[in-house]
Design a protein around this ligand. Structure first.
Ligand SMILES: [Zn+2]
Length: 504
């Protein structure tokens, strides 16, 4: 059983008491800790120890003095420490730690002695972004918190997107420099607005992406928009065209960005419809003597560059007109990162990949869903790249498949499912219900945790820990075709239930 989250921050009173202590550290026989220039007074006889050159502190110091939340799992002897955004997972007597799911090695293992859990100060502090220095002469560990990061929020909102005849008008809350380029197969004009986000109204109307349907011009099939990237924050608007059509970009009243289709369609007899050279938007040749477009208020807008290299994964978000939900399946780890290691030395990465490939096979030709995998073979993908893949695609759901393990604890067992944003909780509960039924393992429940892939994704997301490969029974089961097929089917069933599709 897990104890409840405990959060005891630095109390104002404690801060006052600490302020009375001199900030210049005197030589002392007992090791001490100074946080942000203030020496910590450890309560109730708690002491700081030096073990193999590492400063070991009681876990109570982590909660009471450093202000992190600590969660203890007696079954796995696991210690989860979080600052609200990062998750450090430690295990008693194990030198392996996980920071946001990434494996790290400790110099000293956490210990449990006489009911007191202690952890290495430097590792915990540094992983939380603090700076730690050790002064041997005074036996003092000096911990400094970094200044709070400046979060850059885009100040310009995209307020309205409308189509009048052959003209697309984008109302924005400030001056933006649009990047406009064309893509073919099917033909479309892509407008990126760097430094912008969707206005609350647009977001409430359609979430992170939407469609402006139009019947006003035969050349314009659809206008779609989405928050394309969060770093830098960029709204992307795509005009789906019935055929390649020249266009011009100008600036309207206020800071409106106007994209107007010009002339008629210009099929090239030689290429059967390919855009001919010299057409605005395809090679940068645009009206105006200096290559810029005069705006109605006399300002100019830099022309789009048709030769812009599209991103590697997918040039743009997939057409929503297909009506299918886009599911991104993420097999954890891969390549040089084996993930956790099983009781009989199996590797987690192989299990994860097998499961997502089976889900993909089940959803091939599915009338309701399309699937994209972050990896479909044994390659290494950075943790930080996985969420953005789904974001760039404008995915509807993100599922990260993993398996658990605890060193030297073969009895730890069970299935657990993680979410981060509240919006993903219901989805995770449905996933967990089906997954648990498939594995038949112990129910470890639906949990909230700050895993990086869950934090990074802008759509509903879940991280599944089907079972413990450090447990010989669960390991044997998880590596059978039969169990992997059951788990894959459970994921599909959960998607059907959550999205309300009727079973084929
Ligand atoms: Zn994993």
């Amino acid at each position: 059983m897990r104890v409840a989250w405990k959060h005891i921050g630095l109390l104002a009173m404690l801060a006052c008491v600490l302020a009375l202590f001199p900030t210049i550290v005197q030589a002392a026989s007992e090791p001490s800790i100074v946080v942000d220039g203030k020496k910590l007074e450890l309560s109730g006889g708690a002491s700081v120890e030096i073990k193999d050159g590492n400063v070991i502190i009681p876990i109570r110091v982590v909660t009471e003095n450093l202000g992190f939340r600590v969660n203890w799992d007696g079954a796995t002897r696991g210690i989860d420490i979080t600052d609200g955004s990062r998750l450090i997972r430690l295990t008693i007597d194990s030198k392996t730690a996980y920071v946001d799911g990434e494996e790290k090695q400790l110099l000293a293992a956490p210990a449990l002695k006489k009911g007191v859990t202690s952890v290495p100060l430097r590792f915990v502090s540094e992983q939380m972004g603090m700076n730690v220095q050790w002064h041997a002469a005074t036996k003092t560990a000096i911990v400094n918190r970094p200044a709070p990061p400046v979060v850059e929020t885009p100040s310009i909102t995209v307020d309205e997107i409308r189509v009048d005849g052959r003209q697309l008008t984008i109302a924005v809350g400030g001056k933006v420099e649009p990047k406009v380029f064309t893509m073919s197969g099917p033909d479309r004009i892509v407008i990126d607005l760097p430094g912008t986000s969707l206005s609350r109204t647009l977001e409430e109307r359609a979430g992170q992406k939407g469609v402006v349907t139009t019947a006003s011009a035969p050349e314009i099939a659809n206008v779609r928009y989405a928050l394309f990237s969060s770093n830098p924050s960029t709204v992307r608007i795509v005009m789906d065209l019935s055929s390649a059509t020249p266009y011009q970009v100008s600036r309207g009243a206020g800071n409106e960005v106007i994209v107007e289709l010009l002339g008629g369609t210009t099929p090239d007899p030689a290429t059967g419809g390919e855009t001919a050279p010299g057409i605005p938007g395809t090679d940068g040749t645009l009206p105006g003597t200096d290559g810029t477009i005069p705006g109605t208020d006399g300002s100019t807008v830099t022309p789009g560059n048709g030769s812009e290299t599209p991103p590697v994964i997918d040039p743009e978000f997939p057409p929503v007109s297909s009506g299918k939900k886009l599911i991104v399946l993420d097999a954890g780890h891969g390549g040089k990162d084996p993930g956790t290691i099983g009781y009989s030395k199996t590797q987690e990465k192989g299990f994860n990949l097998s499961v997502v490939l089976k889900v993909q096979a089940l959803l091939q030709n599915d009338p309701n869903m399309e699937v994209v995998l972050t990896r479909d073979n044994d390659t290494f993908i950075e943790l930080g790249e996985r969420g953005p893949i789904a974001n760039r695609l404008g995915a509807d759901a993100f599922i990260s498949v993993h398996a658990n393990s605890v060193e030297n604890s073969p009895s730890a067992s069970g299935t657990e499912s993680y979410y981060y944003e509240e919006a993903s909780k219901a989805f995770t509960q449905v996933m967990h219900k089906h997954l648990l039924k498939a594995t038949g393992f112990k129910d470890r429940g639906v949990k909230k945790a700050s895993f990086k892939v869950l934090r990074d994704t802008q759509m509903i997301s879940v991280l599944l820990e089907s079972g413990f490969i450090s447990n010989p029974t669960e390991e044997a089961a998880l590596f059978t075709e039969e169990m992997q097929q059951k788990i894959a089917q459970a994921i599909v069933d959960a998607l059907y239930e959550y999205f309300g599709f009727s079973q084929p």
